[in-house]
Design a protein around this ligand. Structure first.
Ligand SMILES: Nc1ncnc2c1ncn2[C@@H]1O[C@H](COP(=O)(O)OP(=O)(O)O)[C@@H](O)[C@H]1O
Ligand SMILES: [Mg+2]
Length: 644
C-alpha cells in the first residue's frame, strides 16, 4: 500500500468513529435517561471535577521519598491527569482540586472565581489549557437543539413543576430558558415544551464549544460584547427590537456556558469590565445584550494574573466586592531543582532539538533557577537550602543536627513568586546550542550562556549581582564538585564496591565504639578495638571533629538499626551525611592519580591507558559522548587539579 493509501484508510476509520449516533429526542426521552443516570445533569464544576478525577488519584504517603523529605510527611494527593505534564506543582494542584470539589458540591466555591496567581512562566496558562482540555474528553452533554448557549434541557420544566420534579428525581433544577429558546418554544412549538427537540453536543477548545476565553483588553476597545454577545445589526431591520432573534450570543460567557470561562491576565482589564464576571458568579446570570431578561450561566470561571497586577488591584478598596468573589491559589515556581529539570525535559521534548546534552547540564541550569527564587535563610547558605528543598539530608557543619526543611519554610513567606523563569532558562539553552560547533550543550556552555543572558537582560543591578554570584561562584564550585565525583567514579574500578565496603567498615566500628564493645575482624575473626583513626578519616571529610563525633556515631548507628528493624535495606547511600563523607573519601584517594593522568603532557603509556579507560567509562556508563567528555575533562584539569 502506498503511504497515501494507508493514510486514507486511517482517515476513513477516524471519520467512521466520529459518526457515532447522536441522541435526538424530546423531554420524554431525556427524562428516561435522567432517571437511569442522574450524572448527565451535573453542573459545570461537578462535570469538570469528576472528569479530572476519573483519570485517577493517589495519595503520596510517608513511604514515598518526596512526601517524607519535601512535603514533611504531609499526605499529598497526586492527580494523574496532571502528573505527567506538571512538575513540582502538587500543592497548587491540590488547592485547585479542592476548589473544584467544594464547588462540585455546590458550596460557596461554586459562586467564586478561581484565580491563579504567580510569576511569569510558572505554568498558569499551561495549567488552564490543560484543565480546559479535560472537557474535551467529557461525554457529550445534552442540550436544547439550536440553543446558542447549549443549555440544559431541564430548563424546559416550568417553575410550577420543579418542586415535584426535585422530589421525584432528587435533582434540583437551576436556571431558566434563555431568551432564544423561550421565543422558539412559544413561536415554533406553541408553548408545548414536550415537543422541544433535545440533542447532544461535545466540548471543543478550538471550536469555542463550552470554552470561552477573555484576553486582556486595551481599555479603549473594551466592549462587553466580548463577554455577553451583541445584537446583530443586520437583523435589526428584520425583527422588532426586543426580538431575541437579533441576538448573537457568542460572548465568552455564552460559549463557555456549561464549561469554562477563562480570563487571561485578568486585572489588566478595567474594573467595569469585570462586573459581568462578578454578576456571573454571584447570581449565576449574565446580562443579555438586548433588552431581554438576564441569561442563566453555569460555568467554571478561571482567571490568572501575576503578582504586580494583583497587588495593584488589591490595594484599591473599591475592588472589595470583586475580591470577595475570588479564591486565590498561588502558583509559584518550582523550588525543587529535580522537578525543574523535568520541566526543561518536557519543553525540549516538544521542540526539534536533537543535540547531545551532557550530564548535569539541565541540573546546573535548574539549580541556578531555583537559587534565584529562594529567599535567604538565617540558618543555612543558599546552596544548602536549595539542596534541602530538593530532599537532601544535610547536617549542620561540624554538628550532627539535621537541618529541618520545615524550619526553613517557616522562615519566609510566599517563596517562589520571584526569580528566574522557566523561559529565561529555555532561552539560554537555545543560545548555548546556537553557539556550539559540535551540536552539544554542557554544564559549562549553559553556564556561559546564562551569564551572558543575565548581563544582558537583568536590569536591576542588585539582582544581576546576586545572579552572577550564583553562576560564577556558587555553581562553579558546585559543578566542579559534582564533576570531581563523577570522574572519580569513572577512575575507580568497582567504585560501588569500594563505597559499600567503607560503609560496612564504618558502621561496624562506629557501633562497637558506641556500645563500648570489641568487634570481630570479618576475615580473621580476631577480636579488636574500634579503629579510631579509620573512623576519623571518614568523619573529617564532612568536618566532624572533636566531641561532635560521639553524637554522629550514635546517630548513624541508631538510624541504621532502626531501618533494619523495619526490614528496610541499607546501603552506603542510606544516610546523606555519611554518603557524602564516603564520596569525599574516595575522591581524595584518587586525587593524585586524577591530576597526573588528566594532564595530557605528562602521561606515560600506563597512564594513557588508564585515562582512555576512564573516558570510555564516562561515555559508556555516564551518558557523555566523546565531545562532551573531552570538554568536561579539560574543564576539570584546568580547574580542579591545577598543579600548585
Ligand atoms: N511546574 C511546571 N510543570 C510543567 N511545565 C511547566 C511548569 N511551569 C512552567 N511550565 C512550562 O513552562 C512554559 C511557560 O509557562 P506558562 O504557562 O506560559 O506560564 P505563565 O502563564 O504562568 O506565564 C509552559 O510551556 C509550561 O508548560
Ligand atoms: Mg500566561
Amino acid at each position: 500500500m502506498t503511504t497515501t493509501n494507508k493514510f486514507l484508510e486511517r482517515i476513513k476509520i477516524h471519520r467512521d468513529s466520529k459518526k457515532e449516533e447522536k441522541f435526538s429526542g424530546t423531554l420524554e426521552h431525556y427524562l428516561r435517561l435522567v432517571e437511569k443516570n442522574s450524572h448527565i445533569v451535573s453542573l459545570a464544576h461537578k462535570r469538570l471535577y469528576d472528569q479530572i478525577l476519573s483519570h485517577g488519584v493517589i495519595a503520596l504517603d510517608d513511604s514515598d521519598h518526596r512526601c517524607n523529605k519535601i512535603f514533611d510527611g504531609e499526605e499529598v494527593k497526586i492527580f494523574d491527569y496532571f502528573s505527567s505534564q506538571f512538575f513540582g506543582m502538587e500543592k497548587p494542584l491540590e488547592k485547585v482540586m479542592r476548589f473544584l470539589r467544594s464547588a462540585a458540591m455546590k458550596g460557596e466555591e461554586s459562586r467564586q472565581v478561581l484565580l491563579l496567581l504567580g510569576p511569569v512562566g510558572a505554568g498558569k496558562s499551561a495549567l488552564v489549557e490543560h484543565i480546559k482540555g479535560a472537557l474535551e474528553s467529557c461525554s457529550p452533554i445534552y442540550v436544547l437543539e439550536g440553543c446558542p448557549i447549549r443549555e440544559e434541557p431541564l430548563h424546559l420544566i416550568p417553575r410550577s413543576l420543579r418542586e415535584e420534579f426535585s422530589e421525584t428525581y432528587g435533582i434540583a433544577i437551576e436556571g431558566d430558558l434563555c431568551p432564544v429558546c423561550r421565543h422558539r418554544l412559544i413561536n415554533e412549538y406553541q408553548g408545548d415544551y414536550t415537543q422541544f427537540p433535545i440533542t447532544q453536543a461535545s466540548f471543543s477548545v478550538r471550536g469555542r464549544k463550552g470554552v470561552g476565553v477573555v484576553p486582556p483588553m486595551d481599555p479603549n476597545t473594551q466592549d462587553t460584547s466580548l463577554l455577553i454577545g451583541s445584537e446583530d445589526i443586520s437583523k435589526l431591520d428584520l425583527y422588532p427590537e426586543d426580538d431575541p432573534r437579533v441576538l448573537s450570543l457568542n460572548g465568552a460567557f455564552n460559549v463557555g456556558n456549561r464549561g469554562i470561562v477563562e480570563f487571561v491576565e485578568v486585572f489588566k482589564n478595567e474594573i467595569e469590565f469585570l462586573h459581568t464576571m462578578i454578576t456571573a458568579t454571584q447570581e449565576k446570570n449574565v446580562p443579555s445584550p438586548g433588552k431581554q431578561a438576564m441569561i442563566y450561566f453555569d460555568g467554571v470561571i478561571i482567571a490568572h494574573c501575576n503578582e504586580a497586577e494583583w497587588n495593584k488591584f488589591k490595594s484599591e478598596h473599591t475592588n472589595e466586592a470583586i475580591l470577595d468573589r475570588i479564591v486565590r491559589v498561588n502558583v509559584p515556581y518550582s523550588l525543587e531543582f529535580a522537578q525543574e529539570v523535568k520541566i526543561y525535559k518536557k519543553l525540549i521534548g516538544r521542540s526539534d532539538f536533537d543535540c547531545h546534552i551532557a550530564p548535569h547540564t539541565l541540573e546546573v541550569a535548574a539549580m541556578f533557577a531555583v537559587l534565584s527564587r529562594l529567599k535567604p535563610s538565617n540558618k543555612v547558605d543558599p546552596l544548602t537550602k536549595m539542596k534541602i528543598y530538593n530532599g537532601a539530608e544535610i547536617v549542620e557543619k561540624g554538628t550532627i543536627k539535621k537541618v529541618d526543611i520545615k524550619d526553613l519554610r517557616e522562615e519566609v513567606e510566599d517563596e517562589g513568586m520571584t526569580g528566574i523563569s522557566t523561559r529565561f532558562v529555555m532561552k539560554a539553552i537555545d543560545a548555548a546550542l546556537a553557539d556550539s560547533t559540535k551540536n552539544i550543550i554542557t554544564p559549562i556552555s549553559i553556564r556561559d550562556a546564562l551569564i551572558k543572558q543575565v548581563k544582558e537582560q537583568i536590569v536591576k543591578a542588585e539582582d544581576r549581582k546576586v545572579c552572577l554570584q550564583f553562576l560564577q561562584k556558587t555553581l562553579h564550585e558546585e559543578y566542579l564538585s559534582i564533576l570531581e565525583k563523577e570522574i572519580t567514579k569513572a577512575f575507580v574500578t568497582a567504585y560501588e564496591e569500594q563505597a559499600e565496603s567503607l560503609f560496612n567498615n564504618y558502621l561496624d566500628h562506629a557501633e562497637a565504639y558506641v556500645n563500648s564493645t570489641k568487634l570481630k575482624d570479618r576475615v580473621t575473626n580476631e577480636e579488636m578495638e574500634p579503629d579510631e583513626r579509620f573512623l576519623q578519616t571518614i568523619e573529617e571529610q564532612i568536618g566532624i571533629k572533636g566531641s561532635a563525633k560521639n553524637n554522629f556515631r550514635a546517630d548513624i548507628t541508631s538510624y541504621m538499626f532502626a531501618k533494619l528493624r523495619r526490614k528496610e535495606t541499607i546501603d552506603w547511600r542510606s544516610y546523606g551525611p555519611l554518603r557524602e563523607a564516603i564520596e569525599n573519601k574516595l575522591v581524595t584517594s584518587v586525587k593524585d592519580i586524577s591530576r597526573i593522568v588528566t594532564k595530557s603532557k605528562s602521561r606515560d603509556v600506563k597512564q594513557q591507558k588508564k585515562f582512555n579507560s576512564m573516558v570510555q567509562t564516562l561515555i559508556d556508563n555516564y551518558g557523555y559522548n566523546e565531545d562532551s567528555a573531552e570538554e568536561v575533562i579539560k574543564f576539570a584539569s584546568n580547574n580542579l587539579w591545577r598543579d600548585s
